[in-house]
Design a protein around this ligand. Sequence first.
Ligand SMILES: Nc1nc2c(ncn2[C@@H]2O[C@H](COP(=O)(O)OP(=O)(O)OP(=O)(O)O)[C@@H](O)[C@H]2O)c(=O)[nH]1
Ligand SMILES: [Mg+2]
Length: 548
Amino acid sequence: MNNSTASQILRRRTFAIISHPDAGKTTLTEKFLLFGGQIQVAGAVKSNKIRKTATSDWMDIEKQRGISVSTSVMEFDYLPPSAAEGDTPYKVNILDTPGHQDFAEDTYRTLTAVDSAIIVVDSAKGVEAQTRKLMEVCRMRNTPVIIFVNKMDREGRDPFELLDELEEELQIKVRPLSWPINQGAKFKGVYNIYESALNLFTPDKQRVTEKYSIDINTSDLDDHIGEDDASRLRDDLEMIEGIYPTIADTVGERTDNGTISGGGYHTAEVAPVFFGSALNNFGVQELLDCFVEIAPPPRPTKALERMVQPEEEKFSGFIFKITANIDPNHRSCIAFCKVCSGKFVRNQPYLHIGLGKTVRFSSPTQFLAQRKSTIEEAWAGDIVGLPDNGIFKIGDTLTEGEQLHFRGLPSFSPEMFKYIENDDPMKSKQFQKGLEQLMNEGVAQLFVNQFNGRRIVGTVGQLQFEVIQYRLENEYNAKCRWEPVHLHKACWIESDNEAELENFKKRKYQYMAKDKDGRDVFLADSGYVLSMAQQDFEHIKFHFTSEF
Ligand SMILES: Nc1nc2c(ncn2[C@@H]2O[C@H](COP(=O)(O)OP(=O)(O)OP(=O)(O)O)[C@@H](O)[C@H]2O)c(=O)[nH]1
Ligand SMILES: [Mg+2]
C-alpha cells in the first residue's frame, strides 16, 4: 500500500443517519451540509410555512409529505475549524435514511454500506420502536454508533434520565461528549465536553452563526449563562466524570499513523452521546467536529471468500441500492456502489461478478446535495453512482477480476400482498417498464402467479403500495389499480429431490408463482396450509426471504 492510498482512505468517513421517523435526520443532514459548505441556506423541512424543500429528500413524494421514503447519499470535504493550516480535509459521505418502517429495508441495506452510524433520538420521545430495531442491526454488524439527542429546544426529559433509557433500551454503554444547558424555552446551548469549551451560538435555523469560546472555570461562564445554570453545569459535569466511561475509554487513543486504537466506541461497546437542536443549529458543529475526528475510517468488508481490506491495491465494491429517476430531466437508473477496497477509476474495465462480464463506466457520479457530478476516481469508503441500464441487481459485486461475493444484505419476507393491474390500456408499455424498474430497485417484490398469470406485489407495509402507485404515475405516466388477494406468506422453495419438487409444484399449481429472477415461489394462503405443506413435503426447504 502506498502512502497516498493510505491517506485517502484514512480521511474518509462514511456513515448513515438512522432513527425512528421524525426525529430529525434530514434536518441534521442539512445542517451538516451547511457546515460542509455544500448549501448556503437550509430549506427547513415539513413545518416551514414557506415551502422550501429539504435538500436531501430527492423524490416528489417525500417533499410533499415531508418524510423520507428512500436513502439519499451526499458527500463533502470538511476541515474542522480547529485544524492546522495545510491539514487535509476529511471526506464525509452521509447517507440520510428513511425512518418509516415501511421503508426499513432500504435503511437496512444502507447499513451494510457504512462504517458507522449516527442515531438521532427525540429528547421528548426517547427511544422509539424503529430506533430499537435499527440498533439491533447495528449490533449484529458491530457498527460503531454515536447518539445525537435532538430537539433540546423543546421540553424533554431530564438528560440523565434519557441516558439511562438509551443504555437500557439500546443495550449499549453511553458516554456524553456534550451537555445541554437547560432545555425547552430556557435552552441556552451545549457545553462541549470533548474539547472542554462552551460554545454559545445565536440560534439561527438557516445559517451558520458565530460562536464564543468560554472557559467554564471562570466567572465568564456565569456572565454568559447566569449563576444558576453555571453552577448546575459544573455539578452535572462532575457527575458525568464520576459515572460514565472516561473519554479515553470511549474514543481510544490516536496512534502515530493517524488511526485510533482502543476505545469502546470503535468496538461498538460504548456510544458517545451529543445533545442539541438540529433545527436551531445547536450542538451540530460539536457533533460534526468530534465525529470526523473519532469516527472509524473505512473498515474491512466480509466477502463470501475472504475479508477484504480497504487498503488493498485492487478495486472491489458492491451495489447496495438502485434508484430510478433521481433527476426528473434524465429518466435513468442509478446503482449505488460502495467501494470496499482500492481505487475506482472511470472508464476502467471491471468484472461484474453476477453477469460474468467486463463492464466500464464512462460517467460515474458523486452526489452533492441536489447536484451530481462526474468523477474520475473514488476510494474505499466512497459511494459511486453508476448509470444502470438494467445490468445491476442489489448485492452485485464488481472487482478487477477476482471472484468475490459480498453478502449479508438482509432481505425481507413480504407481509402484505395485492394484485397489481394496469389501469390504462393505452399505457401498457409504460406500466410494464415502470413496474420492472421499481422492482429492480427493490421497492417491493413482484410475483407472477403461474396459474392465472396475474402479478402480485408483496410489501412489508401499506405505504410501499402508495409509493409504487405515485411513482408509476409521476415517473412513468402509467396508472395502476390494486386488487385484494388473500395470502399469508410467500416462500421460496428448493429441494435436492427433483421428483418431490415436481410433485409439489403439480399439486399446488394454483399457488405457484415466479419471482423476478424466475425462481419458484409458493404462495400459501394460510398458516395452516403452509405448515401442512412443510409436513407433507419434508425434502423441500421453504425460505421466507429471497436470500438463502
Ligand atoms: N423543535 C424542533 N424541531 C425539530 C428539530 N429538528 C427537527 N425538527 C422538526 O422535526 C420534524 C421532522 O424532521 P425531519 O428531519 O424530517 O425528520 P426525519 O428523521 O428525517 O424523518 P423521516 O425521514 O421521515 O424518518 C420537522 O418538522 C423538523 O422541522 C429541533 O431541533 N427542534
Ligand atoms: Mg428524513
